[in-house]
Ligand binder design. Structure first.
Ligand code: IDP
Length: 206
């Protein structure tokens, strides 16, 4: 059917995956996406964004309050209204600041490698995605592999695409609770798309 029935709750588990800046630079985004698609998971949100340290932020040429982050957005029209009459509520901010990473990596802030981790994660654009499906959090962690790429098993994303713990290609949430929190850091509620895939009975059985 063109509009399949809604998925039961156990098929609606969600996780956050980040394709980190090294992987974007190395043109690995498609390879990472392909693995989760091929497994059978469903993509429900995705965006490319640059997380910047405050000193790296360019001076905003035009100052319009972003309706998403309520900070100033670097896009759009002059203050008081878009020149083409587009309402400012349609503007989205594609920049984020390090506060996002401080929240995301809250547990790691005291680690000696944290400044290097921040520099890495702000070194270029990254791709944030939300994947959905049965047991997606645990399955995704297994597909991503060991934190340390040097010991990650062959067949895992890190084991196949990376060499060193400091450039380990992807992030995936480590529990259902963490996933819910992390998705909230990276996405607005209305950026998640609720859709049903027509092949569900072939992926999960009846
Ligand atoms: P995870 O990403 O596998 O969940 P965490 O321990 O939460 O692993 O670490 C978060 C990220 O911090 C890692 O993915 C990696 O990018 C970075 N990281 C962890 N340990 C080290 C280290 O010893 N040196 C440099 N970077 C590290």
């Amino acid at each position: 059917p063109l509009r399949p029935r809604a998925a039961p709750p156990e098929l609606q588990e969600k996780t956050l995956v980040l394709v980190k800046p090294d992987a974007v630079q190395r043109r690995l985004v498609g390879h990472v996406i392909q693995r989760f698609e091929r497994r059978g998971f469903k993509l429900v949100a995705m965006k490319l964004l640059q997380v910047a340290l405050p000193t790296q932020l360019p001076p905003p040429p035009l100052r319009v309050p972003c309706s998403r982050c309520h900070a100033e957005c670097w896009e759009g029209g002059a203050k008081g209204g878009h020149p083409l009459g587009v309402p400012t509520v349609t503007l989205r901010c594609h920049q984020a600041d390090r506060g996002l990473l401080d929240k995301h990596y809250q547990q790691l802030q005291q680690k000696p490698f944290y400044p290097a981790l921040l520099a890495y994660m702000t070194s270029g654009p990254l791709v944030a995605m939300v994947w959905e499906g049965y047991n997606v959090v645990r399955s995704t962690r297994a597909m991503v592999g060991d934190t340390n790429s040097a010991t990650a098993a062959a067949g895992t994303i890190r084991g196949d695409f990376s060499m060193h713990v400091s450039r380990n290609v992807v992030h995936a949430s480590d529990s259902v609770e963490t996933a819910q929190r992390e998705i909230g850091f990276w996405f607005q509620r209305d950026e998640l798309v609720a859709w049903e895939s027509g092949d569900r009975d072939y992926t999960y059985g009846p």
